[in-house]
Design a protein around this ligand. Structure first.
Ligand code: PHE
Length: 505
């Protein structure tokens, strides 16, 4: 540790606290340092002490301390006199003795027994019975105390001048135990103590000098640096972090993905959350008795419960495809297609509904389309599942599109996302052939991230789509979990400030 450097970086207040502590044998309360060091404000001491503590030159310790203050009655006694004092004054005023009735003008009813008790206790008066009268007579010590303060009065005045002081509770128990006379209070008190490092430092010559601590316009105008030293900044000193507003890391990731597809020559499309079963499933050759259609996975809507499909012609064609393959060369599913089933309104279960709609509206190639949007499925929420999640969807519609190209595009996308090790596995979707799953290798495991394939003729033919269509739908939250190193998918949607602040963008 470079002691000279530390000394150079001390402010003059820090130096003064150190030197004052030195004079006070290395340990003192902030109040004592304040007084002894002639500081002008208490905060100067506390500020300097906390800086010194950060530099390990002092240790600030706090502990609970019992102190005493005057209560209402104590203040009243101080102003108007203790009951026994008022009684004594009256007795002397009346020539050295008084009857009990004479005290009624200066004492409240409840104060009379108190006054008599203490007059006796303090030995200021004797009490005798004369017929039916109680007579109080001042003693010698009562006569001598008349123009002096007794111990009780002194302590009341002391507490009035020095509230929150420590007094000998045993000695003044009669005041402390009297209600609202002297009150007990607990306060947190600090002790500032030199550390070993602080003591070492004080062996050096520490001068408090006029120095420049901030470069102001005045300093520049007056060229003060020519005759005053500049105190160096300690750039390694602790400072509280400042957190500005920033984008949510998940939104930034979505923008990055969008950017990647745009750079790869794709165009973005968007669609509605509420869709018909027809577009979400029928057109995609998902049989109407498919388990995924059941209430298990799909959220069906109450309002609207159904959606009219405008194009009768397309419905007819899709119905034929499901029944017997129509003109696609397929055998179809061989069941009775229900147009009513197709009208049921639902929350889209995948964004493939967007791309198939787009294809039906733009049957002529070429097209490279993508979308990023939320889909809805009946899932129980846990560390890896959400009922609302994003999909990254896309198609390439091109005369010369091939399966190899599909693999290449997905490879390229994940590579640009920072994932080098991915693999493809055969899979099944009712609307693609061949179909494959994409998996990413991460932390020793293969994670399933999405599905893809080439749309079947049953899907494309009824829309007049002749060229091959490569298609994929990828999970976004899982990807985000890998990117951000999250163990729990829910973290993405919780406003955990620490996580939000500390996640680099
Ligand atoms: N729609 C599929 C899913 O939600 C993904 C997919 C999209 C598969 C396009 C093949 C082609 O998992």
């Amino acid at each position: 540790m470079d002691i000279d450097k530390i000394i150079r970086e001390l402010s003059s207040l820090e130096k003064r606290v150190l030197l004052t502590l030195h004079d006070l044998d290395g340990k003192a309360s902030p109040e004592d340092i304040f007084e002894k060091g002639n500081f002008s404000q208490h905060v100067e001491v506390m500020n300097a002490a906390s800086w010194l503590q950060a530099k390990q030159l002092v240790k600030v310790e706090e502990h609970v301390k019992t102190v005493y203050v005057l209560g209402n009655e104590g203040e009243d006694f101080l102003e108007h006199g203790l009951p026994e004092r008022r009684a004594l004054n009256k007795i002397i005023e009346l020539g050295g003795s008084a009857r009990l009735q004479d005290l009624l003008s200066i004492l409240k009813q409840h104060e009379i027994p108190v006054a008599i008790g203490w007059l006796k206790q303090k030995g200021w008066a004797t009490i005798t019975k004369q017929g039916s009268d109680t007579v109080l007579t001042a003693t010698e010590s009562g006569k001598t105390i008349i123009d002096k303060e007794d111990e009780d009065e002194k302590i009341l005045r002391f507490l009035s001048d020095h509230p929150n002081s420590v007094i000998d509770k045993e000695k003044y128990i009669h005041l402390v135990s009297r209600k609202n006379v002297v009150k007990e209070k607990e306060i947190v008190a600090g002790v500032i103590q030199l550390t070993e490092k602080g003591r070492q430092l004080l062996k050096k010559d520490i001068k408090i000098q006029d120095e420049i601590t901030q470069i102001t316009d005045k300093v520049i105008k007056e060229k003060s640096w020519e005759h005053k030293p500049i105190r160096p900044y300690d750039v390694s000193a602790f400072a509280p972090g400042v957190h500005g507003g920033k984008l949510h890391p998940f939104n930034v990731l979505i923008d990055d993905i969008r950017q990647i597809f745009l750079e790869m020559g794709f165009q973005e499309i968007a669609g509605d959350f509420v869709e018909s079963s027809f577009w979400n499933m029928d057109v995609l050759f998902i049989p109407q008795d498919h388990p995924a259609r059941e209430m298990q996975d799909t959220f069906y809507c109450k309002q609207p419960g159904s959606i009219e499909i405008k194009d009768e012609d397309i419905i007819e064609k899709i119905a034929e495809v499901h029944k017997n393959g129509g003109s696609t060369g397929s055998d179809g599913w061989r069941y009775d297609f229900s147009k009513e089933e197709g009208k049921r309104a639902l929350l889209r279960t995948h964004t493939t509904v967007n791309t198939i709609r787009y294809l039906y509206e733009h049957p002529t190639p070429p097209a490279k389309i993508f979308s990023i949007g939320q889909v809805f499925r009946k899932e129980n929420i846990d560390a890896t599942h959400l009922p609302v999640f994003y999909q990254i969807e896309g198609i390439v519609h091109d005369e010369h599109a091939t399966f190899r190209q599909l693999i290449g595009i997905l490879f390229e996308f994940y590579k640009r996302m920072g994932f080098e090790k991915i693999r493809f596995r055969p899979a099944y979707f009712p609307y693609t052939e061949p179909s494959m799953e994409i998996e990413v290798y991460w932390n020793g495991n293969w994670m399933e991230l999405g599905g893809s394939g080439i749309f079947r003729p049953e899907v494309t033919e009824p829309g007049g789509i002749k060229a091959p269509v490569l298609a994929w739908g990828l999970g976004l939250e899982r990807l985000a979990m890998l990117k951000f190193g999250l163990q729990d998918i829910r973290k993405l949607y919780q406003s955990d400030f620490d996580w939000l602040r500390n996640t680099p963008l």
